[in-house]
Design a protein around this ligand. Structure first.
Ligand SMILES: [Zn+2]
Length: 188
């Protein structure tokens, strides 16, 4: 069990399979890598069946992990393009509407246990949409998505948190971009 701390701002909790899991502001890094890892599935139809392919290989279904990644990816796209719109808030509220909140008894160093309140109960059969929605919505409320951008190198397009004028997710993307621009100019 991860240790839960009292009154730590920006921390929220989910409860799953007997474990209280603390999420902290820096978990935005986890969401960023989830969005950046989102794989593209190729969907086609054959003889009335839907065929799903990942990297050219037929798969029976989208894995839960990939589902999580692609949901977060789509919300991040919306956020980068439009910011926090009423539609985004409505959509997240719809996703989160059925989450049950519980309070959990926690041990403490003094020996006197305490209640941890407002813990999202994620004990039901894994609901990826709810888990992704909760993590994403929480980051919105604590400003974790402020400065969210997409790398402007066309074959990268990774999400990252950057300064207002930042264009690339990394130095290497910046230099690749400049090299290509130079080459283009050389061809003119
Ligand atoms: Zn990049």
């Amino acid at each position: 069990m991860k240790k839960a701390l009292h009154d730590e701002s920006g921390v929220f909790f989910t409860f799953r399979e007997g474990d209280l899991i603390a999420w902290r502001p820096h978990d935005i890094d986890m969401l960023l890598s989830a969005a950046n890892d989102a794989s593209d599935y190729e969907v086609s139809k054959k003889n009335g069946f839907t065929i799903l392919k990942k990297n050219g290989v037929v798969v029976t279904r989208v894995s839960l992990e990939d589902e999580f990644c692609s949901i977060v990816h789509d919300w991040m796209c919306d956020f980068v393009d439009e910011g926090v719109t009423d539609e985004l808030i409505d959509e997240l509220n719809d996703v989160l509407a059925d989450i049950r909140y519980i309070h959990v008894l926690m041990p403490s160093e003094s020996g006197i246990p305490y209640w941890q309140n407002n813990v999202a109960d994620m004990n039901k059969s894994p609901n990826v949409l709810e888990a992704a929605g909760y993590a994403f919505a929480h980051q919105l409320t604590i400003g974790g998505l402020e400065g969210l951008k997409r790398c402007q190198l066309p074959d990268c397009e990774n999400f990252f948190i950057g300064r207002p004028n930042a264009k690339w997710c990394s130095k290497s993307c910046g230099s690749k971009y400049r090299v290509r621009k130079k080459r283009k100019r050389g061809l003119e």
